[in-house]
Design a protein around this ligand. Structure first.
Ligand code: TXA
Ligand code: MG
Length: 322
């Protein structure tokens, strides 16, 4: 059921049920992070492998100290700069965090989301919320309440906050010795972090690094139709092609379905509309395969291309029609 009753949603959480809620990035599928049974329902409902750890969402800075060891002043500097907001910090976990949340790792990812609905839900539930994106494992992330219901129709409750502000997941970081590692690129860019911590070395990890973060799987975020990334539209598209472009094409290509995430290549607009456009193409009956234009890999474009390359990974090399 979709609605706006935060009291009822909090009651569901306290009873160990799952509630989907809007954050400024994507919708999350929340459960009481301190209740192992409730958290197990997240894995079951998403069909998510147990090796993929969950992010714990908090509403106050005090909750951070309850859940994790914070011995590094750079953590507090980042938290002050970006919370509430789209940054997840991976820290050594305290025993109060059940192992199922961290998939057995000794660390836990924590973030304070920015929407009032999420913050109110956490406060009224009186517990931190473990919440992955509210989609089936490996499929498209949800940026509206309707996207959530499409993939998880059996949920107890979906809090509706309309379309999410950023449309892409949070940036996940951790500190290793003197280096800040970006385990998953996201809304907060390397440059944003460098601006706050000018003297620190920052590395963006790719799939082949030693750090195991399941968001680094090769294949993730995929639509249920073949998806191909292209660099330009100078080609003949097959009859049932859907095309997602990011800037107005004055010579519109001949395709079954054409969508724009932005009319002028604005990366913030592209990020916000990315998953929504992919959902629309996934649902469009006249579309059998989806083509999407690439964006330059800089700033927010790094996170956009990270999602696109993972979404298209399983179709790599299978594109015989072009
Ligand atoms: O914006 C977001 O982060 C959204 C909203 C709902 O907050 N959540 C989200 O969660 O994207 P999820 O489960 O779809 O992705 C979380 C990713 C994991 O796949 C993993 O890569 C990383 O965060 N992660 C979580 N805990 C970790 C840990 N202890 N160590 C390393 N990576 C971790
Ligand atoms: Mg996800």
């Amino acid at each position: 059921m979709i609605g706006s009753d935060i009291e009822y949603a909090a009651q569901c959480i306290r009873e160990g049920k799952l509630v989907a809620f809007p954050t400024e990035t994507v919708y999350g599928l929340g459960a009481n992070a301190l209740d192992s049974l409730a958290v197990a329902r997240i894995f079951e409902s998403k069909e998510r492998p147990s090796f993929d750890p969950l992010i714990v969402h908090i509403a106050t800075i005090e909750m951070l100290y309850d859940l994790a060891e914070v011995s590094d002043s750079r953590v507090e500097t980042l938290a002050r700069a970006f919370w509430p907001g789209p940054l997840t910090i991976v820290l050594p976990k305290k025993d109060i965090v059940p192992d199922i949340v961290s998939s057995g790792l000794k660390t836990v990812g924590i973030r304070m989301p920015r929407t009032k609905i999420a913050l109110d839900l956490i406060a009224k539930s009186a517990c931190p919320l473990a919440a992955p994106s509210a989609n089936k494992f490996g499929q498209l992330s949800p940026t509206t309440a309707e996207h959530v219901v499409k993939q998880l129709p059996e949920l107890a409750y979906v809090l509706d906050g309309g379309k999410t502000e950023h449309g892409l997941e949070s940036t996940v970081v951790t500190f290793q010795d003197s280096v800040c590692k970006i385990l998953r690129p996201g809304v907060i860019t390397k440059e944003d972090i460098q601006h706050i911590l000018p003297d620190i070395q920052i590395e963006i990890c790719t799939t082949n690094t030693e750090i195991s973060a399941p968001g680094l799987l090769h294949s993730h975020y995929s639509p249920r139709k073949p998806l191909y990334i292209i660099d330009d539209c100078k080609r003949d598209f097959p009859k049932h092609a859907g095309l997602i472009a990011h800037a107005y094409e004055s010579k519109e290509p001949s395709v079954a379905h054409l969508m724009y995430t932005s009319l002028n290549g604005n990366v913030h607009e592209i990020a916000t509309e990315l998953f929504a456009a992919l959902h629309t193409m996934e649902d469009a009956e006249d579309v059998k395969e989806i083509y999407i234009l690439s964006v330059p890999k800089q700033g927010l474009g790094i996170a956009i291309m990270d999602r696109l390359e993972k979404a298209a990974f399983k179709y790599l090399g299978k594109n015989t029609s072009l």
